[in-house]
Design a binder for this molecule. Structure first.
Ligand code: ADP
Ligand code: MG
Length: 322
């Protein structure tokens, strides 16, 4: 409150820290109004500063949360990738032990034939008058059987070769036939009729032959398991190939087993889901990830009659240069 009403004095007063002024003689109501206004301004400024501090704290907390989240996402991604690698390996091991059993059985046959032909040749040559011609024919059979055994071992080697994923033209008919050869004896032993129903001149798909073969092998071995409880004569597995007339080829594995409960239709593709005492529950999830990595789809349906069909749809490969 001042009696210095000239402009210089007012400015000086404000410069010294006054927030307002009234000059004498003052009107009581004006003074009260100005004081109230200043109190309101002060309260407003304080509230604003508090809100500002709160906001800054919230922003800092948010930034910390984001950093933690990012670190967590990176950690989980690493974990998932490591798990995926382990699963791929486990599945390979599981598929290989299935294969090893089937191949051991396949090798038994030429080995037994070689033994009996070798014994026969020895007897023929030990005769008082050796039958050289018959002995030669037994030896020729031994050579044939030996070649057959070598082919079986070569196939095993090709399956075991680790190698990086390749993207060559693959013929699903050949893959299906090869898998049928690999598990043929196993199917026979289990009393399962394994049939191929292949569409001739099927377009090729681009992909890794070993991986795709593993998918077909997984599906066929599951189908063999699925029909195990059926009576002899009712155990049927059919591997089909079809084109869709444009951009995809389909491979299906149909079985006459007990099918899949509708609620489990997607769960069967989950890692570690298994209903088998010795099951790992990794065959289907790995198969699905292989098919999806090839731009395709893998799913299951129950048949109208009995059993289930697993479908694998893959995009056909572009013709080179087209
Ligand atoms: N053809 C099929 N018919 C019925 N159930 C199936 C079939 N294929 C797979 N399943 C079910 O899906 C589960 C998971 O299969 P998979 O991932 O190959 O693991 P695993 O064969 O080791 O159990 C099986 O345990 C079985 O319950
Ligand atoms: Mg399986």
């Amino acid at each position: 409150m001042t009696s210095l009403a000239d402009t210089a004095s007012r400015v000086r007063g404000l410069e010294l820290g006054a927030v307002d002024y009234v000059t004498k003689p003052f009107v009581r109501a004006e003074l009260a109004a100005r004081v109230r206004a200043q109190i309101a301004v002060r309260a407003g400024a304080r509230a604003l500063a508090e809100k500002n501090a709160e906001l800054e704290q919230a922003a800092a907390a948010l930034a910390r949360a984001r950093d933690t989240l990012e670190a967590e996402v990176i950690r989980r991604t690493d974990e998932l990738m490591a798990t995926n690698q382990r699963l791929t390996h486990m599945n390979r091991v599981a598929a290989m032990s299935e294969l090893a059993a089937s191949i051991a059985h396949e090798l038994n046959q030429p080995l037994a034939a070689i033994l009996s032909n070798a014994q026969a040749a020895r007897r023929l040559l030990q005769r008082p008058t050796p039958d050289v011609n018959e002995a030669l024919s037994a030896l020729a059979d031994i050579v044939d059987d030996d070649r057959r055994a070598a082919t079986i071992i070569q196939r095993m080697r090709a399956m075991l070769k680790k190698g990086t994923p390749r993207a060559d033209g693959q013929n699903l008919n050949e893959l299906a036939s090869e898998v049928a050869r690999l598990v043929g004896n196993d199917a026979l032993l289990r009393g399962v009729a394994l049939r191929l129903d292949l569409t001739p001149r099927l377009p090729e798909v681009r992909g890794d032959g070993i991986q795709l073969q593993q998918v077909v092998l997984n599906l066929v071995v599951n189908a063999l398991d699925a029909v195990a409880d059926r009576p002899a004569g009712a155990r049927l597995v059919v591997v089909r190939t079809r084109g869709n007339g444009k951009d995809r080829v389909l491979l299906s594995v149909e079985d006459s087993g007990k099918g899949i409960a509708p609620a489990e239709m997607e769960r069967v593709f989950e890692a570690f889901y298994t209903t088998k005492a010795e099951g790992l529950g990794v065959g289907l999830p790995i198969s699905r990830s292989i098919v999806e990595a090839h731009g395709g789809r893998l799913w299951a349906e129950n048949n109208p009659g009995e059993g289930a069909t697993f479908w694998c749809a893959l995009p056909i490969g572009e013709e080179k240069g087209a």
